[in-house]
Structure formats: C-alpha cells, structure tokens
Design a protein. Structure first.
Length: 218
C-alpha cells in the first residue's frame, strides 16, 4: 500500500506532467485513503503548480505546458472543493480578473487566473471586453482583495487608466489593489495611470498578488 507521502508525490508528478485523468484517479484515491483535502491541496497540487510557475519564469516550460498543467490542477481542485468547504479551508484571498474594454485577448488572462488559483487565490473571472463600470460593479458585489487588468493591445491600454479612474470616482480606490499586465504594459505605464502592481508574466503576477493579499491581512 502506498504511503500518504508517496501518493502526494505522485499527485505532484502527475500535475507537472499535465495528466488530468491520472490526477482524477490519484486525488480520489488519496481521499479514499483518508488523506485530508487540505493536505492534498497544500502538499500535492499547490507545490506542483509552484514548480511549473518557476519553470515558466525560467523558460524551462512554455504556455502550452502551463495550460495543460493548469487543466489538471482544475480537475483536482474541483474534486477537492466540496471537501475543503466542509472542513472550513478557505482561499487566502479573492481576485477580480478581466481583459479591458475593447480587447478580446484571453490567453494571458487565463494563464494569470490559473497561476492565481495555483497560489490558493479565488478568482472571479469577468472575461474579455470588460468596461470600467463592470469592474467597479463586480468589485462592489464581490469585495475582492485584488483587481487584475489585462490588455494585449496598445490601443486598449488606456482602458486601464479609465478603470483606475472609475474606482477613484466611485470613492473606493483606496480600498483596492489594482494590478496591470499584458504585452505592451510597462511599470512606468503602471505608475502613470496610478495602478499599484505591474509584473511581466503570469507566474510573477500570482506571486505578487499573494504577497499583496497576505500584507493586507497581516
């Protein structure tokens, strides 16, 4: 019979290889063997996503491998969700994510979502072509810790500025941490529009979001 550590290592290896079907089998087996959902998440799935994120930042794996691993992560997460809820395990925080108005690109946004979830952050994904008003309305409903804005076009970057302005106009700017990212975005642009955080890729965005959430809660 496999020990708990062996099963958790197998889960990590399967996730890094993007083997969703095997993740399904292993996570269910781990639960059946009495390993807690919290341990499966924190000692199996999340460390594996950390390894993928680090490899991505070091150019050892690329977008397709990250997407495949993230799909496997989603399979494991879905199985664990009801068990985690029962045992009172909560995400470390919540993020609102969307591609700005006029921009229909979503691969970068989807990578960020998967990396956020890999850090234990719950994500409300508003999709693409999201107006400043939609971001503000969604924040007022969800009260998230992070607002993450994505843009891939130089022509839509200005919507990030408009979104920051919309939060200011609504009188809630000081309550939110606004992150910006995407191919044409730079840190000096972030500073110009008054956003809080810029990172150059999805993995470092997730790390920065986790750090910001933990700082807010400490």
């Amino acid at each position: 019979m496999n020990t708990a550590n062996e099963i958790l290592n197998d889960i990590s290896t399967a996730l890094q290889g993007g083997k969703a079907k095997l993740i399904n089998e292993l996570v269910n087996k781990a639960l059946a063997d009495g390993i807690t959902a919290k341990d499966i998440l924190e000692q199996g799935l999340l460390p594996a996503m950390d390894i993928i994120a680090e490899k991505f930042m070091n150019n050892e794996v690329y977008v397709p491998e990250v997407l495949i691993a993230a799909r496997a992560m989603n399979v494991g997460s879905e199985i664990l969700k009801p068990h985690l809820a029962e045992s009172g395990v909560k995400p470390i925080g919540k993020a609102l994510l969307g591609t700005v108005k006029g921009d229909l690109h979503d691969i970068g946004k989807n990578l960020v979502r998967m990396m956020f979830e890999g850090k234990g952050i719950e994500v409300i994904d508003l999709g693409v072509d999201v107006s400043p008003e939609q971001f503000v309305a969604a924040y007022q409903k969800e009260k998230t810790d992070i607002i993450a804005l994505s843009a891939l076009l130089t022509t839509t970057m200005n919507e990030m500025k408009n979104t920051v302005a919309a939060f200011t106009a609504a009188g809630i700017r000081e309550k939110v941490t606004i992150m910006v990212g995407g191919a044409p975005v730079t840190d000096s642009f972030r500073a110009d529009i008054g956003a809080d955080i810029y990172t150059s890729d999805a993995a470092s965005a997730a790390e920065a979001a986790k750090k910001a959430i933990l700082a807010q809660k400490s």
